[in-house]
Design a protein around this ligand. Structure first.
Ligand code: AMP
Length: 217
């Protein structure tokens, strides 16, 4: 059983790296932001409660976050383990998590604020099939259209300069102390998030003592 936390500011590639790791090792990817986004899209009661906070790039309240994480982990569909992404984001969430679960490692994807701005503001999403694009590294074949389903691409509602600044501020003020907390227990592996996706994945494998990454040809 492997239980990993992946941390890093918006745009550092947490989602992409978690998905590769989970696919290869049969782990479950638990992305707390995706759970909230699903609730907003489905117009659930929780979605209505978090929509505004999310679109402004602010953090959802700890009680609700803990409830979502507990419920998700209580599903126990993670026989081989999980990678949790986007959580914990402050000291209280970290304490809640450490009290309830053993952690095997924390991956921290490091990226400067300037590089984060460059990446996030060029990010696009297909609202129909969920495919991600990046206008710098991963452009769609036809400008503004999804390669898979042809739907018009959009920006994530919280990928605006204002919301990004709020997220960077929260990350620097609230989430960095979590890294220090985990660091004291020697859980944290600092990984440079600037190289290409495959290289970052290999660096994660080495840091966690996992078999080498073999990208599909
Ligand atoms: P993410 O996709 O991880 O950037 O999450 C998108 C949004 O969901 C964040 O900007 C927050 O509003 C909310 N969110 C996700 N995870 C957390 C968390 N651990 N604590 C508080 N808010 C969160």
């Amino acid at each position: 059983m492997r239980k990993y936390v992946i941390m890093g500011v918006q745009g550092s590639g947490k989602g992409t790296q978690s998905e590769i790791l989970c696919r290869d090792l049969d782990l479950v990817h638990i992305a707390v932001g995706d759970i909230f986004r699903w609730n907003v899209q489905q117009h659930t009661k929780m979605g209505a409660q978090v929509r505004r906070v999310m679109s402004e790039g602010e953090l959802v309240g700890d009680d609700m976050v803990e409830q979502v994480v507990r419920r998700r982990l209580d599903e126990h569909d993670w026989n081989f383990g999980f990678v949790i992404d986007g959580f914990p984001r402050n000291g209280r969430q970290a304490e809640f998590f450490m009290e309830s679960y053993d952690i095997d490692g924390v991956i921290h994807l490091g990226l400067s604020d300037d590089e984060v701005r460059r990446r996030v503001l060029s990010r696009r999403l297909c609202p129909n099939c969920g495919m991600d694009y990046n206008l710098i590294a991963d452009r769609p074949e036809v400008e503004g259209r999804c390669d898979i389903c042809g739907h018009e691409l959009v920006r994530r509602e919280d990928d605006t300069p204002e919301a990004l600044n709020a997220r960077l501020r929260d990350y620097n003020e609230k989430t960095r102390p979590v890294l220090e907390l985990f660091g004291r227990k020697e859980f944290v592996h600092d990984i440079d998030a600037r190289p290409p996706v495959d290289d970052v994945q290999q660096a994660i494998r080495e840091a966690l003592g996992l078999p080498d990454y073999k990208p599909a040809l």
